[in-house]
Design a protein around this ligand. Sequence first.
Ligand SMILES: *Cc1c(COP(=O)(O)O)cnc(C)c1O
Length: 438
Amino acid sequence: MVLLSTNRKANSVSLREAVLKGMPEDGGLYIPSELPTISLDRFKGIRSYSFQEIAFFAAQALLGDEIDPDILKSIVFDTLNFDLPLVKLDENLYILELFHGPTLSFKDFGARFMARMISYYIAQSEKNLYVLVATSGDTGSAVAQSFYRVPGIQVVLLYPSGKVSLIQEKQFSALNENITVLEIEGTFDDCQILVKQAFASSELNSKLNLTSANSINIARLIPQTFYYFYVCAQFEGKNEIVISVPSGNFGNLTAGLMAKKMGCPVSHFTAAMNANDTFCRYLETGVFQPAPSKKTISNAMDVGNPSNAARIFYLYNQNLEALRKDLSGFSVSDDETREAIRDVFKTYGYLMDPHGAVGYLGLKRFFEKSPEKKCGIFLETAHPAKFSEMIEEIIGKPVPIPASLQESLKRKKQTVLFPNDFSQLKAFLLSKFFLNNL
Ligand SMILES: *Cc1c(COP(=O)(O)O)cnc(C)c1O
């Protein structure tokens, strides 16, 4: 696989380089120069294939020229080893539950696969790798759990003090060992700026081998293309399928559009957004104008400048009409989200989390506009128990907490309260890691 930069200036690279470097130097994002055609038609009884089998088939088509089949098979089978049930809510209305991984959000697919790819690649070199990541919640726990105890890797995670939920904080802050957690006295934006300053620092880069684990890394998107094939396989090409993707940085949706380019028979996508509607306005007007992020109850999608937009523009060659054929966009308010959680719980007894509820509403809006009979699926990206306090208020009933979350809640948080100051961050990283690395 050869990867290019969406800005078309940086040199093309191998998968290894794209994964270890994270981002090209021209400020674009890496994207495969060509996508293979993946056809599930030739399999008889495809419905009986497991997710891992379908994922391995797609992974071989995409990555088979770079990674030996036995290794690829173990990466797929070891990291994508949890359920993703397709739940039928009503005639032609389904939910794909993507939250059954260890940290109960869909970010486990991307983070676990990426961590294994990175450790596979660095096993071939001697140097330790330092993974810096800024998080507002779910990314931190998925990345920390995925790299926990992986030899040769140190993770430094920055998060804004007091601005993530208790459950999220416990999930990433109680691990210790190779996971260092800095509780920054600042906002999420401050954390992101500190991480960017670290990547720009020649002193740090000359002494430590740094990489990023945010969704700019193509290794997070690749495994997310697999579940779109899996869903379509469940219908064996009999239904016209519309998939609604609750979107923030648009990595998940980009993976869906890549799957469609590779022949996955999804007829249409909807990008479901909260009040952060930059992409919705782009689809309406053709002008992409980022805005400061607004705080909502679906907080993992509070993104005013979705980074994967660059990949979507590249995939569609900046052709807005072509993109509109494949994608509709909808933005919904917090009140509508709360009402949807209450309605769906009352009507079907199904409890959605706020992100999934935005996805549900995106699908509903789409069918109001285009009522032809199609099969609608929305993605549930987090377990509702991650937002139990808010949801209890909405439905007026306690939310059952799964055992794995109860375990994390018992743990003791271990963080270092840290000032929002880059010179101190640099000094901390060098004193903690540089001497070990000589
Ligand atoms: C990260 C996240 C999203 C948004 O996904 P993108 O790929 O950034 O669009 C949606 N829901 C949940 C629960 C998330 O953690």
